[in-house]
Design a protein around this ligand. Sequence first.
Ligand code: WT7
Length: 656
Amino acid sequence: MTEAQQPSALETLLHENRSFSPPPEFTAQANAGDPGIYAQADADYLQWWADWAGLLDWERKWDQVLDWSGAPYAKWFIGGRLNASVQCLDRHVAAGAGARVAYHWEGEPGDTRTLTYADMLAGVCRVANGLKSLGVGKGDRVTLYMPMVPELAMTVLACSRIGAIFSVVFAGFSATSLKDRIQDQDAKLVVCADATWRRGKILDLKAVVDEAVAACPTVDHVLVWRRGEGAHSVSPGLARDIEWSSVVDPQEPQCAPESMDAEDPLFILYTSGTTGKPKGILHTTGGYMTGALATTKLVFDLKEESDVYWCTADIGWITGHSYIVFGPMANGVTQVMYEGAPNHPGLDRFWELVAKYQVSIFYTAPTAIRAFMKWGDEHPARHDLSSLRLLGTVGEPINPEAWVWYLHHIGGGRCPIVDTWWQTETGGIMITPLPGITTTVPGSATLPFPGVSAALVNEAGDPIDGAGGGYLVLDRPWPHMLRGIWGDNARYEETYWSRFPGRYFPGDGAKRDEQGFLWILGRVDDVMNVSGHRLSTMEIESALVDHPAVAEAAVIGVPHELKGQAPVGFVILRGGFEASAELAMELRKHVGTLIGGLARPEQVHFTPELPKTRSGKIMRRLLRDVAEGKHIGDTTTLADPGVLDGLKKEYESREG
Ligand code: WT7
């Protein structure tokens, strides 16, 4: 055991010193090693971003960096023209890096594929030509429902190559969720895989797509990629279905990239809001690519010629868009992509992969780290993790215990950790350490990325300077910011720009410590964070009420050891239905079927009444107090204070 692994060192970090300075040898080689970078970016943030944009390959240079006159609708790099796929592929191949591995892919059963940048370019061109042959063109929407296979990254890039707007739906979402998204964007084509492997079992994705598409008249075709040996043909083909092998494989491996305006849409990605309906977050081309390039390069200290980078997210989430596809590929680095579960066939699958592919940069979520901790130190200890030099986390606040465990048991006590705060809407990392500069403190995302400006404000919108807590706002536009909500400008303006006019409100609370570091405290709206994924309480409530037995439902997020938060439902039954453990299970399943497994409530409690204000609004805060066993807070606005006693009894009897 090395010095750094002694529990005493761990204790020191947790209870005494609580900070980690980048090792001098890390700083010496870092892409950003001089703290002056912050002041330099702030001095002229337009120039800062323009310098990064200048590293992309533009067909036509922009005339103006930013037009914010139509706020809150930003335009970046006005007049510039480029194609996103060219940034990720052609320019690396043209620069002689075609033989560099783009993806070391590993399937869950252990099958492997190695794709170079030249392979990816050829593959993307074939898919692009295939899409064109199906009548897909610039501005058309294409919905993707695929597992973590190289073809997903290829299809994303192929859409961008021909100017089609792609929208990836995480393949854990239900048929209903998929249908809603396809309908919202009037997609012309759905691209899917027939199946994928998860914990040793075949998941039939095609069946989900068939169910969804049955209610989607705008969809002309479903393009089906076959997962391969063992997973073949789990669903029968339909007339609308087109086999990848018949449409993509025969295509030429060249396809001229479509010339895109910097502000042409690149993708739509749905995320949950405070209502029952998910929001289609819209990102455009030039600004998004600039942000992806810059943040990946600096936050992950990327050395494209020597690093092996692995982000364990799924491409179905924004993390995968920005930090598996566009950011790493625009930089030309080698990545690892893994199809399956972290605990299959053993609890050490990730560490086996790190050792096998000599991963140097590893990016994952706190919920995963907490699971690793629970599974036991012996699993990482069995593998040589000395190739790692930098670790990252994203998705939720990281508890200091998990941070310190990550540093010692995965990072060998030597790897800096970047805790990165951002959102689907921000497109890229916004608040983060720079690994060669920042002395990090477990649990703090530290400082805004250079060129980004964040502030804390109180209820009235007045800035909180110095140490203190409040609402987090972003008070300066950035290139990779969302450009709107697909088809719903009013909601865009209302959700993000109305609470604190002129400033972007992400929905998080935060505090600033004495040294100026930011600590994200979590959502302040009716959104919960389950395993690093955003879920709407209203969406889950609607799913519960959809069941014939349910008259009314309230959902809250309660603290959960592994997931961070877990949904818990409180349900009033309709007359004629009896509360039972079976019905609770059925309701939980019902939510899973309607939205996706992620949203399935941890518990469902039956209650004759819910705590409401006199105007009829459910007081979720009081439900949270009940669930957390806390002293019940202020109940003066409650219509019937007696309701809570019954709820407490019900809750405690289930818990016990
Ligand atoms: C919400 C965004 C960004 C990709 C993954 C989630 C929370 C995200 C952190 C972090 C504390 C975090 C916020 C944010 N969040 N990263 N490092 N520390 N909280 O994307 O689904 O758009 O969710 O996740 O609450 O608003 P998302």
